[in-house]
Write a protein that binds this ligand. Sequence first.
Ligand SMILES: Cc1cc2nc3c(=O)[nH]c(=O)nc-3n(C[C@H](O)[C@H](O)[C@H](O)COP(=O)(O)OP(=O)(O)OC[C@H]3O[C@@H](n4cnc5c(N)ncnc54)[C@H](O)[C@@H]3O)c2cc1C
Length: 417
Amino acid sequence: MSRPQPSIAIIGAGLSGLSCARVLTKAGFKFTIYEAGDAVGGRVRSDVVDGFTLDRGFQVLLPSYPEARRVLDYDDLELRPFYRGADVFYKGRFHRLADPFTHPRDSIKHTRDPFVSWMDKWRTLVLRKEVLTTRKIERRIPEMETEDYLRDFGFTEEFIDRFFRTFFGGVFLEKDLRTSARMFLFLYSMFSTGGAAIPARGMQSIPEQLAISLPPGSLRLNCPVASLQAGEITLTSGEIVKADHIILAVSEEAAARLMPEALPDKLLPARSTTSLYFTTEQPLPDLPIIYLDGDGKGPVNSACILSKISPDYAPPGQHLISTSIIGAPSSTELENVVRDQMARWFGEGAYQWRHLRSYQIRHALPEGRQLRLGDGPLQAVLAPGLYRCGDWCEDASINGALISGRRAAEAVLGSLA
Ligand SMILES: Cc1cc2nc3c(=O)[nH]c(=O)nc-3n(C[C@H](O)[C@H](O)[C@H](O)COP(=O)(O)OP(=O)(O)OC[C@H]3O[C@@H](n4cnc5c(N)ncnc54)[C@H](O)[C@@H]3O)c2cc1C
């Protein structure tokens, strides 16, 4: 006689919940995912507006992420890579920083640009060598802020301000570079080995790919959970669901509402970001590169012409421009100020660009976990039959969310064994 299947409930169909579901499916267990939203993906969602694919906030996949490589089918996602480097706008013009290993010619061509000192170029190469040759380098250094790490490493203030504060400020969604240097080193090694990419038809293809292999009937959308305790969850509809194993796979804010004791510390305000999307048919630079605000005057920290990276993001003959701001400014003048800045970067034509949509994402990345990664992830088991996962348990990235989901599933399987 076969043993009765345990009942398993996953709350949240973001990347962590889907990754958890994937492992349980492979192990042959049934479960139900209760998702508050109208689709899977959580913070990785895209909308189609007038034929343009608009990701809900600018984000990229680093193809070297170890867990993403294990879990995702990159061929199916048709990843479109960014140019390895950046154009940094400083004192009235762009300065090209090219990765010498992927774009040696560009790197040589721009060698004489006084924008970066020889010392900083040398340090960049040394850092690259260190992250590539030291296994798990991020675990070998003490906890410290990224800014302190970069200073100690010998980078000049000028280079930290013009490049690191802008490029990694855009990744961390904070420009103080207070994020743990361990996170910085992990990401630096990921960028160094595989650069950045987006799926041809939008970031949401990532969670959709994971959701495709869910067993039929295992996903309940538009189904917010109102409360939970060991053995039982209550949906906002009033329905009560009994479950032997409950996995909380929500953001840190949602976890704080549903089960404050799941958080290791007091909830700190999340990091936020704002994206404004524009379109134009006017000619624009051809390179699939990221443009950075080296002046640091803002409000746009970075921009890119997404249709140059993946033409599928825009209808034929039209460009899709993404501009990203760190934080959530409330000014009604924002669109105009962004246009002013884009006119300085790309010419007066920016005043004719058509604004497609803006996204303000107030809870984009958790704060606490990013400050101290500690010696490992947060324990997945909260109490017998109760588990937690999400980027705030590992690190704030697609990779972190995928790993944490897997760990929660492994904890469930461990307790069943
Ligand atoms: C704008 C932006 C840019 C980013 N850029 C990058 C990047 O470039 N590279 C990178 O690696 N990472 C990036 N990230 C981070 C990455 O997207 C997240 O770390 C990851 O998606 C988090 O997944 P998660 O499953 O932990 O949480 P979430 O995606 O938040 O998923 C949680 C799910 O739980 C659901 N939920 C919440 N409450 C309830 C409830 N009560 N009942 C039922 N369901 C509920 C939510 O609807 C959601 O679907 C970015 C994030 C944002 C927002």
